[in-house]
Design a protein around this ligand. Sequence first.
Ligand SMILES: Cc1cc2nc3c(=O)[nH]c(=O)nc-3n(C[C@H](O)[C@H](O)[C@H](O)COP(=O)(O)O)c2cc1C
Length: 193
Amino acid sequence: MAQHPTAARHPTAQHPTALIAYATAAGSTAGIAERIAATLAEDGAEVTCRAVTDDLDPAGFDVVVVGSAVHSMAWLPPALAFLPKAAASGAPVWCFSVGGLASPDSGRVSRYLAAGELRRIETGFPHGFTPREHRLFTGVVDVTRSPLWGRVFYRLTGGSSGDHRDWAAVAAWARRIATAMHGKASAAGSATA
Ligand SMILES: Cc1cc2nc3c(=O)[nH]c(=O)nc-3n(C[C@H](O)[C@H](O)[C@H](O)COP(=O)(O)O)c2cc1C
């Protein structure tokens, strides 16, 4: 997705601007980031969707979405290293994690496990940083690539290899971001009217 013009980077502008930044090991997080980007673009936002790199600059965007694959209950180092910059940008920061756990929408046990994993992941976030939301999505699971404890866990919880990405849930979450962006834009518009 192309870089947007700098002139569009203002919450009161016609098109709010969004940065979707992600870290992936095997690619499934990139697919989720792209779906979030596409949903925000369909909603009229100017969207930049990028893998996190050292020189990625979150300054000037109206909203920043940061996602990472989960390895050993933590984000990948590039995504963690990017979070302080995202927080310092002043934009609301929405976070998503992509792991092998079943979707929190799929039942009480899954919700409980997902909440625990999200809490554990957040212990690696910068001190004092609170994301606008932090959502867990299920990614593409290859049980054979997981560490031994992971293989045991998948076996005990009935998990299996495969592409478990829930595109409807991803799009629904992206629409929450879009709604919040519009709320911010209209609040800013009415404040300056
Ligand atoms: C080495 C390794 C460790 C993993 N550890 C976890 C974990 O602690 N929790 C979890 O939910 N998923 C874990 N997973 C599953 C991945 O997060 C999942 O497959 C995800 O979709 C990978 O995203 P990616 O395709 O963007 O790399 C692990 C996978 C690997 C390969």
